[in-house]
Design a protein around this ligand. Sequence first.
Ligand code: MLT
Length: 330
Amino acid sequence: MKLTSNLQGLLAASFSVLILAFSNLVHAEDYPTKPVTIVVPFSAGGPTDAVARLLSVPMTKFMGQTVIVENTVGAGGTIAANRVAKSPKDGHLVLFHHIGISTAPALYSKLPYDTLNDFEYIGQVVNAPMTLIGRPNLPANNFKELLVYIQKNKDKVTLANAGPGAVSQLCGMLFTSQLGIPLTQIPYKGTGPAITDVLGGQVDLLCDQTTNTLQHIRANKVKLYGTTTLKRLSSLPDVPTLSEQGLKGFQVVAWHGMYVSKGTPAPITEKINAALKFALADADVKARLAELNVEIAPPEDVTPAGLKRQVESEIKKWGPIIKAAGAFID
Ligand code: MLT
């Protein structure tokens, strides 16, 4: 008798699991059933926001539902990542984050989410190189002069960034630690507002993605001191890298990826991945990214496995560097 009621319980439980799996699949087939929101961890008008908005146009076409961009700023991108990690598993909230997702585990001792286990990985998106720029009226006209200027004005030189966990902060941290001179850091909610203050002369220096800086470099509105890649940029062939100018091996590239909450059904994650691939193949998107010297990730990386591989290897790479620099937040 007892055995029979146990068996009945087991059958009822299995049946509910099957019903739940079936209803998830039915929902997955209908996806998206409402507008899809891309969550950007930094301010509107910045480089992450710019790429998300560019992609949202062809993604809307592919999805048959509006893809909107929302900026959930603060704590170096971890508030946005936590928002998506804790969201319903229905693919309507998509995180668009950069390298900061893999530096946060070393910077923050208590993240409210688990980077490797709380997300479904959609795919890598783009790789953006960075540039070290200065306010237009900064007396130093090149990197050599900048080093002399910093030596003479150590206590008053300011370096803008988008907060701990931002790639601008990572780049600035590497720059100051290689120089061996700690500069005053001025944090913003994104490099959109930070570059406005560089242009206005309120802050001295900023390390930021070409997505944000190239237009001002081309218009001669900022001073340019070098690029953060090992090779010179095709858009700035005459500009030496920081590595060439003495900061040996200096390299920071802002790679980006897309994520949804863990447990989102495969048909939904596959559709988001297909929408992303569709957007990256769009002629206008390709032309705009090329203009900004932003590279589209190779096809094998625009995959869940490609992104997971990248996040894992970047966590391993940056953890010891951040620890050595002693740059903890809490
Ligand atoms: C932004 O979009 O504002 C930047 O990516 C922030 C950063 O420097 O990480």
